[in-house]
Ligand binder design. Structure first.
Ligand SMILES: Cc1ncc(C[n+]2csc(CCOP(=O)(O)OP(=O)(O)O)c2C)c(N)n1
Ligand SMILES: [Mg+2]
Length: 354
């Protein structure tokens, strides 16, 4: 495997939906399933933002525009593999097998007492970049146990500036951990643009310094992402060590429901990326191949809406989370600050209820 210093962006379907690379040999059913998940991701993200605005959901990190990147990196993984990410990983986690209800409970602030570890996804990491250390650690355990599995660790463009990210890559490369590290470059780290984050032309170029293969992929092209991650996972499984993959995509929404991107993001940039919508291009590809029709497309949207609604109904039938749990479960011995904050919030709740 050559140590790639390429500037080539791997792409199979361009923004106009035209085929520009070798299409991987996937059955039509599988391609349709990738598309179905992308639709579900778009609906999930839109509904979660609306629910938060209605006071029915907690803070949420939308992933509109990043559906191809999320689905494409999770779909090639097998049972026994792990996927570790941060707060914007909801869709990828659901593709990997985390139930919708578990996601709703997470964002709604419930205690994760029944967290579905069997899906192979650790709870979201909020401390930027540290999940890459965890990913390499799990991968090393698999290597020692001679298990034929692989770990995919995902972080954002901003997280690549953390020491943890770089330390994890160095360790993974030296010890040939069966790990694939994915940088989800969505253009922004809250209000810090990708160009302010690093002067490097591509973040994947950092791979060279660690002695790793590094690849740049059009993150809005689901087939390109799928293929690159599948190949990297196969190399890791075969004992050939880690790969660094940068997915070029764009965060179309706010950082979270607490953010207002109109304060810092140029309108023209948003417009430009709207023309590269991952769903539209894959829809055209599938229609050109007669895998999809207008009617089945409509049905997929309806089915995704209905599926979300079933999960939401189940979620809203649960007793609301007890706000005390967030304080009581933080430390065995709560700090004075925490106790003060706990008292403050309880007083606020009592006042609101009166
Ligand atoms: C170690 C650390 N520093 C700062 C933060 C605060 N913070 C939360 S999200 C974020 C931006 C992350 O951007 P990026 O890695 O590009 O991921 P994205 O949100 O774009 O998916 C920051 C600075 C944090 N969570 N952890
Ligand atoms: Mg980012």
């Amino acid at each position: 495997m050559p140590i790639a210093t390429t500037d080539k962006v791997h792409q199979i379907i361009n923004a106009a939906g035209q085929v520009v690379g070798a299409v991987p040999d996937l059955p039509a059913e599988k391609m349709l399933n990738l598309y179905r998940w992308m639709i579900f991701g778009r609906i999930f993200s839109d509904r979660m933002v609306a629910l938060q605005r209605q006071g029915r959901m907690g803070t949420f990190a939308p992933a509109n525009g990043q559906e191809a990147a999320c689905v494409g990196r999770a779909a090639p993984l097998q049972s026994g593999d792990w996927l570790l990410g941060s707060y914007r990983e909801s869709l990828a986690y659901m593709v990997k097998g985390v139930p919708l209800l578990a996601q709703l409970k997470h964002w709604g602030g419930h205690i994760p007492d029944d967290y579905p570890y069997e899906a192979g996804c650790l709870p979201f990491q909020i401390v930027l970049g540290t999940q890459i250390l965890h990913a390499v650690g799990i991968a090393m355990a698999m290597k020692y146990k001679r298990e034929p599995h692989v770990v995919v660790g995902v972080c954002g463009d901003g997280a690549t500036s953390e020491g943890d990210f770089n330390e994890a890559l160095n360790f993974a490369a030296v010890f040939k951990a069966p790990v694939v590290v994915v940088i989800e470059n969505n253009g922004w780290a809250i209000s810090v643009s990708r160009r302010q984050q690093s002067a490097a032309q591509y973040l994947a170029h950092r791979a060279v310094g660690f002695g790793l293969p590094g690849y740049i992929v059009d993150g809005n092209d689901v087939l390109a992402v799928y293929q690159m991650v599948a190949e990297a996972a196969a190399r890791a499984r075969a004992g050939e060590g880690p790969t660094l993959i940068e997915l070029l995509t764009y965060r179309m929404g706010a950082h979270t429901t607490s953010d207002d991107p109109t304060k810092y993001r140029p309108e023209a940039e948003l417009k430009e990326w709207a023309g590269r919508d991952p769903l539209l291009r894959f829809r055209k590809f599938l229609m050109d191949r007669q895998i999809l029709t207008d009617r089945t497309d409509e049905e997929l949207y309806e089915a995704a809406e209905a599926e979300f609604q079933v999960g939401l109904t189940e979620y809203e039938a649960l007793p609301p989370p007890d706000p005390r749990c967030h304080f009581d479960l933080t430390f065995a011995q709560p700090t004075p600050q925490l106790l003060r904050q706990r008292a403050e919030i309880l007083e606020e709740i009592v006042n609101n209820e009166l």
